[in-house]
Design a protein around this ligand. Sequence first.
Ligand code: NOJ
Length: 585
Amino acid sequence: MTLQPLLRHPSLRPTDEWWKAAVVYQVYPRSFADSNGDGIGDIRGIINRLDHLENLGIDVVWLSPVYTSPQDDNGYDISDYYAVDPTFGTLEDLDELIAAMHARGMKLVMDLVVNHTSDEHAWFQESRASRTSAKRDWYIWRDPRTSQEHEAGNEPNNWGSFFSGSAWELDEGTGQYFLHLFSRKQPDLNWDNPEVRAAIYKMMNWWLDRGIDGFRMDVISFISKHPGLPDGPVENGTTWGNGIPFYGSGPHVHEYLQEMHREVFRGRETELMTVGEMVDATPELARLYTDPDRKELDMVFHFEHVGLDHGPGGKFTRKALDLVEVKRSFARWQEALADVGWNSLYWNNHDQPRVVSRFGNDTGYWYESATALATVLHLMRGTPYIYQGEELGMTNMPFEGIEDFRDLESLNYYYEALTGNDGSEAAAELLAGIATGGRDNARTPVQWDATPNAGFTTGDPWIPVNPNHLWLNAAAQRTDPGSVFSWYRSLVRLRHEEPVVIDGRFTLLCPEDPQLFVYTRTSETTSLMVLANCSTTPRALNLQLARELAMRWVSAEVLLHNHPEKSWDRQELRPWEVVVLRRSA
Ligand code: NOJ
């Protein structure tokens, strides 16, 4: 298998950090393309759609899990790390995908889910068999607490699971509880056991030897738990405590990642890319995780900006987004990682509602807001990620009832909150919460064309297709220069062709403006200015900015403008208008 060299920018260090010039595209295989009519996307479906990805110009695909799994959490519950789930195809299909991608100059990064396994993994089966099993200590087992020290029961501590209820499940057979930060079918591995770590590194090496190009590491900052597993703070009158202070970036996480680097990546790291998902990351932590001298990870996914519209009850209770807060957050991360470390840039993934519906306006300004939001994100410093369908401006789903949902996080939340509260008003409110904040918004099938089921499958799709596929689809956009798809292509091309996008200094302008998102990127030779009106009302530029544009930027070239048919007077921005300017520094 030969690797085609990716575009490497001359300003980058010659042999490494190619991923600073790359754009990553995430494929959630279940919802991407179904080749065999069973209603579920598969690997051959991806192979059949590689032209779309090549046309978009992306460099890397992050493939969400295709390993063998009972699919409790759509593959994030793995029962065999060395095999492909028959739902998605075979190992041979995956080899073919890797080869086909490499032949087109694209890399493939696999999801690595090793904070937990499935409860159906042989390791867990052996672990739960008896208290003296050789693999007992591969997971986190504790005796029940006898004194009722917290409201809920005699679980070993008060930690809540991300998917509702306690993070502990009693194993009747052995009388002990096991820890599961996610569903009860996702028991947490005990990373303090060196045998566990060795088994994981062996598996990672096996995949790299097979030809993949790196890993996206699922909740990797949770692998090291604080000894003693202390109770967490109970917030907002909830039953369960927040354990993140005791497992988010825990005591050994850096040590384990450095060990992983030595055992898995050493010697071949320049060809690879690693990105760690980190719910708890701060800019300071991200700098530690991604400082190249520390040899941990290339970049992280943090969650700060996607939490800014969460209400007091979390993701299913929303509050209006404050653009000033959004800009402050981005600027803080841009500055903290300006000299050391690297960041990922994303609005969407398989866990987040669709950005054009969430932060944009998917009715009156669908095209304008999809393109404006894409632009402000992609032209910052960091590696941008496009989640499948985002390049088409796919929207949230108009869910009609609870039967339209598939995601266990939304369903658990809904049914738990409904217990003892059977008024239809409460049900309607809960439904509205999961309809706007739920992960299924991201998981409706990719809209390839206007045919029934959007060209995703010839069978019954596992989750309903968004009815707007009749006009919002890839076939309608692919050759239209005024489409969201063409706009994303231009953004990808700009990153490849314009070095200042990769390494220019970031400066936020008008930080207190509630509607405008304006920043510059500057290198020794070139400056870019990105100006976006992130609102549905026109906004005049302040005098200082207007003067700056009339002087230093007067002859700047307009690289991108999402109202190409209308000229721009440099005084005001129309609703969701975005302009990108370039001049020599
Ligand atoms: C984060 C993944 O992105 C999410 O989809 C999954 O449910 C949890 N980790 C558990 O693996």
